[in-house]
Design a protein around this ligand. Structure first.
Ligand code: GDP
Length: 145
């Protein structure tokens, strides 16, 4: 066992992968990488919720399209635990654009395009804390510990 602390991060299996029946395959990839699933839900985001979640991108030209995509069908938020969970999950999902993602990463395997890219992952410990709070209450996160 490593001495690295186990920490939690937030992933979302996005509407493209969830809608095409790839949720199980994505979960298998994440579990095979060593993540423990500590929380999961299926939600259909409203415009307001998707806009709030991606508020940091509000000024970007793709914001409207991103909100439209993220509200186009159900998605699956996940609370995932691992050592150095945030940077490790970023490695496991691969680059934003699947054309640039390393072979074997979730996005290389399951993303359709730079926007419809199968999965979200928090990009810092602080954002992970905020994003976990967005979808999961304390009860979900302490269950099973
Ligand atoms: P991530 O952290 O790898 O998810 O990437 P970002 O935080 O930069 O972007 C958030 C999400 O917006 C991405 O996962 C994509 O779904 C989408 N996105 C990012 N860049 C682009 C872009 O240039 N065009 C479009 N259409 N969508 C983008």
């Amino acid at each position: 066992m490593s001495d690295e602390p186990r920490t939690m991060t937030l992933a979302i299996i996005k509407p493209d992968a969830f809608g095409s029946g790839k949720a199980g395959a994505v979960l298998s990839t994440l579990e095979d990488a060593g993540f423990r699933i500590r929380g999961s839900r299926v939600v259909h985001l409203s415009d307001a919720a998707a806009g709030a979640f991606y508020a940091v991108h509000h000024e970007r030209p793709f914001f409207g399209s991103l909100v439209e995509f993220m509200t186009s069908g159900p998605c699956m938020p996940l609370a995932l635990e691992h050592e150095r969970a945030v940077p490790y999950l970023r490695e496991v999902i691969g680059a934003t654009d699947p054309a640039e993602a390393e072979p074997g990463t979730v996005r290389a395997l399951y993303a359709e395009s730079k926007e419809r890219n199968a999965i979200h992952a928090s990009d810092s410990d602080e954002n992970a804390r905020v994003e976990l709070g967005f979808f999961f209450g304390n009860v979900d996160l302490i269950a099973g510990r």
